[in-house]
Design a binder for this molecule. Sequence first.
Ligand SMILES: NC(=O)CC[C@H](N)C(=O)O
Length: 228
Amino acid sequence: MAVNGTRPHTIVGILEHKAALEKLPSSIRPEVILVKTPEDLQRCDALVIPGGESTTIALLARLSGVLEPLKEFAKTKPVWGTCAGAILLSQAVENAKKGGQELLGVMDITIARNGWGSQVESFEAPLEVDGLRNPEQPFTGVFIRAPVVLKLNPSSTSPPIKVIAKLSPELLPPSLSSPDHSDEPKIFVALRQGLHFLTTFHPELTEDNRFHEYFVRECVLSSKKPQC
Ligand SMILES: NC(=O)CC[C@H](N)C(=O)O
């Protein structure tokens, strides 16, 4: 399911996310609805926030009355944010537009909007996907004016932050790579913390739906299993 919008550059990948989720094996395939109102959100037990323009997505969510229910939803339910959606899940953002950026703040990270700089605003790169099914098979990451993870700020009371996919450090542009090899957070492009999951790229724009499978299996279905 996804927060919907009207202009193509404002929101990216809604129908592709829906199609990728609907292609999952029938044993884990969710029913997918598009979320436009608080009533739609109430019907969901998990949410995918797509890419696009994070400030505008937050504004549209506010105008449609979804923002406050979404903040409550995200505290207790599985949410996956792709690209702009990843920004919304973060605790802090750098490079926010004038006027600030609304955040759901459920993942303990600091992220930079448009972190790749102008030459490399959009690119594709093979990712190391240790956290996925068939990890030996790289995943093609599609990065579109993508954010960059700057810091992990885990607290002692929140679930650990797990790295699900990384870029190779050689792919970092010179403006981001550090001579002292402290590239680590910047090469992290898929992170999971408890029920929450972010990818700074667009898995829904490829035919490979392993990230969709990961979210459903690990964040959605495993959260429904009784805890011992
Ligand atoms: N592809 C995307 O979602 C781009 C994110 C966009 N640069 C933003 O800030 O919000």
